[in-house]
Design a protein around this ligand. Sequence first.
Ligand code: BTN
Length: 319
Amino acid sequence: MSEKTILEILKDNKDKLVSGSEIAKQLNITRSYVNKKVKELIENGYDIKTVDRSGYIYISEVRVLNATLIKEKLNKKKEVIILDEVDSTNNYLKNLAKNSTINNIIVIACKQNGGRGRLGRNFISTKNTGIYMSILIRPDISMEIAKKITCLVSVATSKAIDKITKLDTQIKWVNDLYLNGKKICGILTEGSTSIEQNIMEYLVIGIGINCYHQDFNEELIKKATTIEDEGDMIISRNELISEIANQIDYYLETIETNKFMEEYIKKSFIIGKKVELQRGNIKMNVKVIDINQNGELVVVDEQNEKQVFSSGEITRMVI
Ligand code: BTN
């Protein structure tokens, strides 16, 4: 018996209690099989309340990833693939990019077992609590402009989250998004270049967003949060994914104008702040005075010398 049939019975009785034995009887299956299948549905994001010994109440499917719903809201046609589990959606698309000419495709995973962050870190990607997505594009842009894509994607993602949640996300240089002082989103952009032609061959934009409440470990709980915890809301990941892709397309069309950089600077919360900046193994205390039109960090160091950095990691705010 397919889980869809159990799902259909539950959906037909939305907000009402349906007993496990009733479902089992209708479908001629065992009570324990119903129980197992309902558990799977819950794991896949269906909001089904289990009432002890009595049965189940179907509430909603707002948490369920759905490629059709994502495609419907895209301004520019793209292929959308949803994977149950993968090591990393960035790895998946990088392999595809190397071995084909595919362009404009979004891959989303319910769960990543090898999610990667910047600087070789892990990105925890617990099943169906967040968005783990990558977009493959082959933009016709020079290397100079391609360097700014990271900032462009940060702005686009930040704007998309704000639009869907009505919250006010901020950017921590280079590409972390924060809500109320804690991280909710990380971005990892990877690409391959054709040095001879000075152009990008392909770009894989990886975005990870903490959407629904999860029990972070002791270390993460101090630094990370979720949209649900900060906004007290359950968003539709489908809507947010489409909006992110639309915002990225919008800013890519106007990339030559550098318009996104104005927005990037407006949303950056570290300008004027003293921070600890890590570059390789070296850490230094600096005061951020600006982010320039190339997206570089302009700082004054402890010797009062002005310095400009195009890469690095802000490891903490200095009080
Ligand atoms: C960071 O916080 O340093 C960047 C995190 C990027 C995570 C996303 S999730 C989808 C894509 N696949 C990955 O393995 N990483 C990115």
